[in-house]
Design a protein around this ligand. Structure first.
Ligand SMILES: [Cu+2]
Length: 271
């Protein structure tokens, strides 16, 4: 018992998540095949075949009516169909006596395929995370220390060589004019005391200060990361955006197409 003047004696049956192409024609006058809930309305014209894309994203019973005034019985010309899963569609489509078998193998293929897809996505995600971590770790714990070690070694070695040369030069100078050389040495030693003060007192304070700055920025980065994580979780929960939806729908359609073809193939093979 369906709706009065909306139900039909022969409902059409179609699968959901499978894009379809509907060919519409007429054997007499002009009609219009319409399903408002699917956003479809196409004229049926005698001697002409019109086509329209049709797809459903969930199961259900859909209704429509002839939408082109076609004659005295135009009011009694409903459209009605059942939208079902691929499995149910395959069973409906094939003859009643068609052997139905090997659901074990078919199911293994389906599950294996989905498992592989899932594993692939998981590996990709983990790989990205791992690579990102290594980039961070490698830079701050491997590249930076090596760079610092090399740089300071170069500074120490070149400095030592220069100092030795300077001492030798100064010795020669002292032999020639002792007072000028001593005067120069006093200025030099004053400079050394100053640089010693810089190295022993000022630099450690600077380093400590910078370290606190670095720790602060790391904490800041971690905080921002946490906030982004929470935000993405919230946006994930609050509903997908348009791009996300499109991608999810395409993926869903693809998976169901594969399922559909596999079901059909296994039914026709009869294995
Ligand atoms: Cu009509």
């Amino acid at each position: 018992g369906g709706y009065r003047l909306l139900d039909v004696d022969n409902r059409f049956v179609v699968p959901y998540t499978v894009p379809m192409r509907v060919l519409v024609s007429s054997s007499d006058v002009v009609h219009s095949w319409a399903i408002p809930s699917a956003g479809v309305k196409v004229d049926g014209v005698a001697g002409r075949v019109n086509q329209v894309g049709l797809s459903f994203f969930g199961p259900g019973v859909v209704y429509g009516q002839c939408s082109e005034l076609c004659g005295v019985n135009h009011s009694f010309m409903p459209v009605c169909g059942e939208v079902v899963s691929c499995e149910a569609y395959a069973l409906w489509l094939l003859p009643k006596n068609c052997p139905v078998g090997s659901t074990l193998w078919g199911n293994c293929c389906d599950w294996g395929y989905m498992l592989l897809c899932g594993l692939g996505r998981g590996v990709k995600w983990c790989g990205g995370l791992y690579w990102g971590w290594w980039k961070f770790f490698g830079y701050y714990f491997m590249v930076m220390p090596v760079k610092w070690t090399v740089d300071s070694t170069v500074v120490v070695v070149t400095g030592s060589v220069h100092t030795c040369c300077d001492f030798f030069d100064w010795g020669l100078w002292f032999l020639k004019s002792p007072s000028a050389a001593c005067n120069h040495a006093a200025i030099k030693i004053d400079g050394w005391i100053e640089s010693l003060f810089m190295t022993v007192v000022v630099t450690p304070i600077e380093i400590t200060w910078n370290a606190f700055g670095t720790i602060g920025s790391v904490i800041g980065k971690a905080g921002r990361g946490l906030i982004q994580l929470i935000e993405s979780a919230i946006s994930e929960l609050s509903g997908p955006d348009e791009t996300h939806t499109k991608r999810a729908v395409c993926e869903e359609v693809r998976v169901w197409m594969v399922r559909f073809y596999r079901v059909m193939a296994s039914r026709f093979r009869g294995d």
